[in-house]
Design a protein around this ligand. Sequence first.
Ligand code: IVH
Length: 669
Amino acid sequence: MSENIRKEIEQLRCKIRRHERLYYVDNAPEIGDADFDRLMRRLEALEAERPDLIAPDSPTQRVGGEPASELPTVAHRLPLMSLDNAFNEEELRAFDGRVKRLTAREDSNEEIEYVCELKIDGLAVSLTYENGVYALGSTRGDGQTGEEVTANLRTIRSVPLCIDNAPNLLEVRGEAYIPKAKLDEVNAQREANGETPFANPRNAAAGSIRLLDAGVAASRPLDIFIYSVGESVGLRLKSHAEALDLLKSCGFRVNPETRRVANIDEAVQFCQEWKERCRDLPYETDGVVVKVNSIAQQEELGATAKAPRWAISYKFPSEQAVTTIQEIHIQVGRTGVLTPRAALEPVEVSGVTVSHATLHNMDEIARLDVRVGDTVRIERAGGVIPRVLSVLKERRPEGSKPFEPPTSCPVCGGGAVRLPGEAALRCINPSCDAQLKRSVEHFAGRSAMNIDTLGPKRIAQLVDACFLKDVADIYILEPKPLAELDRMGDGTAANLMYAIEQSKEQDPSRLLHGLGIPFVGLTIAELLMEEFASLQAVAAASMEALEGVHGIGEKVAASVVQYFALPANRERIDRFKEYGLTLERDKEENGGPQPLEGMAFVMTGELPSLTRSEAKARIEEAGGRVTSSVSKKTAYVVVGANPGSKLGRAEALDIPILDESALLKLLDG
Ligand code: IVH
C-alpha cells in the first residue's frame, strides 16, 4: 500500500515537471490548466497523507517555508564577474583585435567565433544543483558575496527543481526579470498604493527577488533566462554554444535569440539589428553580450580583476533626451494619491514623442530640485513611464522658484496630507470626484469588469453630470436620462447599458480586483476567490484566514481587512448583490456568454500585453479550448512576436490567423 503511494507520488511529480517545462520553458503546453491543477491537487493530497515523502524538489514546494527576517549572505565559490563595455562598432572591433592579439592570431587571417546574446535587464542570479536537485539560489551581490534567495527563485515556474543526467554539482547563472507588460502593471499598482514606482527593470526584479516572504515573491511575475554554467564537477565543455545546448537539454530557459557567429562582422551586425528590434521584445534588454565561443580560447584570454577578457557588453545607445518643463501638474489617483507629473516641451526619444514624465512624489521633486522652466534630461525605457533624470542647472532661467507641494487636492480642494511612513501625499476626501473617476476607470477597465464602452471620457462625463457618485451606481444607470447627455443618443446609451448588463456575469475575481483594494491585483484576487469562493466570504475573512492562503502575506491581508472594515465598502458589496452581479464562484452556473464555444485555438509567439496563461484563461472563459498543435480542426492560430513553426503550418492549412487585438475583439464578441 505505502509502496503504491510512493510510486504514484513519483509518477505525478514526473508528469507535473514535464508539463511545467512544456508550459513555462518551451511555450508548448500539452494539457489545459484544469488538468494540470488536477495533477497538482492529487499530489498535494498524497503528500498530505505521507508528509515523510515530501522532498524539496517536489513541484508542490515552490511556495513554502517561513518568511525570512533578513536575507543571509552566501560567498560565491567562483566569483560572478562583471563585463567591460563597448559603446559603438569601433569599440567592438577593438575588442576583437585584442582577442586576436592575446590568442596570437593577429597575423593569421583566422577569425574568432563568437556567441551573441541579448543582455537582459534584470538581476543576476546563480542557482546551484546538487546531485540534480535545486539546492541554493543567490543574487550576484558584489560578485564575491550575494544574498541567499533559494526560496524566492524557486517560485519562478521556469526554474527546474530537479534535472536529469546532471553532474554531481552544477551551478548555472542567469538573469531574473519582470516582463515589460507586467512591469507596467506592477508600477501602476505601486503608484496607486502611494509607493514609488520602480525606476528601472533591474530595481523591479531586485525588489521582487529580495523579498523576505516567498509567498509574496510568488505573486510577482518573475521569469528567468539562464546564460552560463558557473561551477561544475565532471563537465567537459568545448564551447559556450555547447554549454547553452546542455542548459537547454537540462530544461533551463535559454534566450531564443542567442546566435553563434563566425566573426566580428557578424557580431557587429547582430548588435546593429537588435539595437532597433529590442523594442519589440516582451522583456527589457540594454545591450548585447558578445562572448568568445571556444572555451580553450576563453582560458587563454583569462580575466582582469573585474571582468573576463573573452566577453564584452555592447550597450544600446541610451534612450534619453533633453527638453524643458512647461508645467508641473498634480494627478489624483484612485486611492487619492497625488502624483506630480511634468508637462514637457514634446521631444522624440527613440522613435516616440514624449510630452509627459512622471516625477513620482514630492521627495523626488525635492531631490532633483525640479522647477517649472527648467531644462531637464529625461529617460524612456519600455515598460517604464518616462522620467526626469536630472536638471541642467546651468540652463535654469533666472528668478525660478522651487516647486511648492500642494496643501490641498487640486480637484476637490480637500486636505492633502502625508500619512506616516508614506512618500506620497494623499487627498483624504473619500468623495473626491477625481478619485471616483479613477476608481470607475479601474473598475470598468480591461483587467477588471471589462466594460469597454465605458472609457475615461465617458466616465468623466457621467461623474460630472452626477450620474455616478459611487462605482456601484453604474448598475442603476437608466437608458433614458443617459441618452439625453451630450454625444450620447439612444444607440450609444443602449450599447452602454448592454455592456454594463454583460459585465454582471464577470468572474467574481475580476469584481474583487475591480474594487481597487491596495495590493489586490488580479493574481491575488484569483488566489482569494479560489480559497473563499465568494466575495462575501472574502469580506468576512479574518486576518489569520487571509494569511493562511498560499501566496497571501501580511501586507495584502491587512489591506483586505482594512478595506472591508469600512461600512461603505461592505454596503457596496450588498448593492452589487442586489443588482445581480456574480459574487460567487459556481462553475456550472457561471455560464456567461460563450462566444468561442467549441473552438480550438493554438498560440505561438509572445503577445504584446497578455501573457500566454492570461490569453489561455480568457479563451477558456469564453468557451474555447487551447491546444498545442495546428490541425484542420484548429479554428484560429493566435500569433505574437517571434512565432514558431506553428505559423507556417497554419498558413499551409489555411487556418485564420489572429493577432492580440483581433483576439480581444473576438473575445468581446
Ligand atoms: S555574461 C563573466 N550574459 O550583465 C560573464 N551577462 O555585467 C558575465 N547580463 O549583471 C555575465 N544578460 O547578469 C552575461 N546574456 C548575458 C547577460 C548578462 C544580462 C548581466 C549580468 C550582469 C551583467 C554583467
